[in-house]
Design a protein around this ligand. Structure first.
Ligand code: BG6
Length: 518
């Protein structure tokens, strides 16, 4: 990570960091797990290098594996080198970071572990000046969330003290519940010991730079918002396509499937950002209120009509980037009769003044042809089509202006419009006006976890899911989840490396539309 380009790049002039993290200890449960190694520790180290961590700060990792501080530090250094190659690990800087990194072996099933934890946190508070503030990050299997919260409360570590030091905060990873019932119970358990402002439910999509830019694009500019409604927008497509398969997560994924894994959280949060009204301020609840209203306005899907609005698929064997790959049912840990969907698509409507009858098509799938996540806003055709004839031969003739917010991998925004080919005749072509983060700013985009961890240390919950949002999205998906569970039919197959099951193309074809070619 270099800072020279930050100073030299004129586009970054005047950018300041006015928000400051509060002193605290960050406790990571599941400190030896994949998330800690791949995301959390690299993100913390990146924040440290940028000088964004508070003066009074330390990290305490805990999990069942027996090891001491030095062994944990060495392991975490390896992880940063392996998983965050864009971050320079200089010996000096690492040594300073490692000096605030601790490890405590413990069992989240046992109250004694929490008594020990409370004692160590007291010691660390005086050694590092954390002021007794604690952030507890639950990076464990979801079955451990409830017992951990209960044990924290019993040890006096989780108490209702929002905003007044010493405060505790809890970060909960996804999946937040398995359905509406389990999400409500988990919320109730959390609210018994903490206020909502102390609970930070992670949805890492909200921490992505391009996702945060959706609000900026819409509300810091005056040119898009007048068009951002049913009068000018024909429909919206949101795609999350992954080339990856289930990898080594079969145990989790078999229970989850694409609808729970991606749509309930990440995709519906994207829908809410695209469709929300301007908040009255940037205060976290003002923003979350607006996102929440969108989710509450989603038109319910009747159980008898699920097939018209939702579909699923499962990848079979195929080819990804020139390599042959097995089908989902042949993956390690997956049942050969599995009904779990690896692809899900929905057509949704938002029943409010702005969006009445504008379809939002959302799809997410594994082992698709390309890895790409984007939001495409398709505008209506010009009302009087003067150039219809000249456009007739051009690709996508019937699908005119599109504003694409590319979330990944090539982060940016493109606007597609028709233009005249040079020459004596009037021939039209569709062109794209592009903005790319990589070329415009010349600095690396912080990882989603960097942003979210920092926000949590600051106490800003804008980019976290609130209890009502989580419950509303589970409630919305309930008829789909139930129908898919009741009808034990196998989801339609699609070949790995394709663009998903035929049914997904049929969903749009029925409305005279098609998915964009990505
Ligand atoms: C996670 C899902 O939340 O998001 C994964 O559990 C998925 O299945 C991942 O692969 C996608 O995240 P990203 O940031 O790679 O798009």
């Amino acid at each position: 990570m270099t800072h020279a380009s930050v100073i030299l790049n004129p586009l970054r002039e005047g950018l300041t960091m006015e928000r400051a993290a509060e002193p605290c200890a960050l406790v990571i449960f599941g400190a030896h797990g994949d998330l800690a190694k791949r995301k959390l520790i690299p993100a913390l180290y990146a924040l440290f290098v940028q000088g964004l961590l508070p003066h009074g700060f330390c990290v305490l990792g805990t999990s069942r594996t027996k090891m001491d501080d030095e062994q944990y530090r060495a392991l975490m250094k390896e992880s940063v080198l392996k998983y965050a190659p864009d971050i320079d690990v200089e010996e000096d800087a690492w040594a300073r970071f490692a000096s605030v990194l601790y490890y405590l072996p413990g069992d989240t099933g046992k109250q004694e572990s929490f008594t020990e934890l409370a004692k160590l946190l007291e010691e660390l508070a005086s050694r590092h000046g954390t002021g007794g503030n604690n952030v507890f990050y639950l990076s464990t299997p979801p079955s451990l969330y409830s017992p951990t919260v209960a044990h924290l409360a019993a040890a006096g570590l989780a108490v209702k003290r929002p905003g007044r030091a010493p405060w505790p905060r809890i970060v909960v990873e996804k999946p937040f519940g398995h359905d509406i019932g389990t999400a409500q119970s988990l919320n109730a358990e959390l609210h018994e010991v903490l206020e909502e402002q102390q609970v930070f439910r992670i949805d890492h999509y909200l921490g992505k730079e391009t996702v945060q830019n959706i609000m900026v694009l819409r509300f810091a500019n005056s040119i898009f918002e007048p068009l951002w409604n049913r009068h000018y927008i024909d429909h919206v497509q949101i795609t999350n396509a992954e080339t990856l398969g289930v990898e080594d997560r079969a145990t989790y994924y078999e229970e989850a499937g694409a609808l729970r894994d991606m749509i309930q959280n990440h995709m519906l949060q994207l829908v809410s950002l695209v469709a929300m009204e301007p908040p009255i301020s940037l205060e976290s609840d003002a923003i979350r209120d607006e996102r929440s209203k969108v989710l509450k306005s989603l038109r319910s899907i009747e159980k008898c009509a699920v097939n018209k609005f939702a579909l699923r698929g499962q990848y079979g064997p195929g080819w990804i980037l020139g390599q042959s790959v097995p089908g989902y049912r042949q993956e390690k840990g997956v049942s050969p009769e599995s009904h779990t969907e690896t692809f899900a698509a929905l057509k949704l409507y938002i029943d409010n003044w702005r969006w009445a009858d504008v379809p939002f098509y959302v799809r997410s799938g594994k082992r698709l042809a390309r890895g790409i996540t984007e939001i495409a806003i398709s505008f209506r055709p010009a009302p009087h089509r003067l150039f219809a004839q000249q456009l007739a031969g051009a690709a996508e003739a019937g699908n005119p202006n599109v504003l694409v917010m590319q979330i990944q991998p090539d982060e940016g925004i493109s606007l597609k419009f028709a233009t005249k080919l040079p020459g004596p005749t009037t021939q039209l072509r569709w062109l794209s006006m592009d903005f790319r983060y990589s070329t415009a700013f010349g600095v690396r985009s912080p990882s989603a976890y960097e942003r979210l961890l920092l926000d949590c240390l600051i106490g800003d919950a804008s980019l976290f899911a609130r209890s009502d949002q989580v419950e509303t999205s589970w409630q919305f998906l309930k008829p789909v989840l139930e129908t898919w569970q009741e009808i034990e039919s196998v989801p339609s197959d699609y070949a790995a490396g394709s663009w998903g099951p035929q049914a997904s193309h049929d969903l749009l074809a029925a409305d005279g539309r098609a998915w964009r070619r990505l």
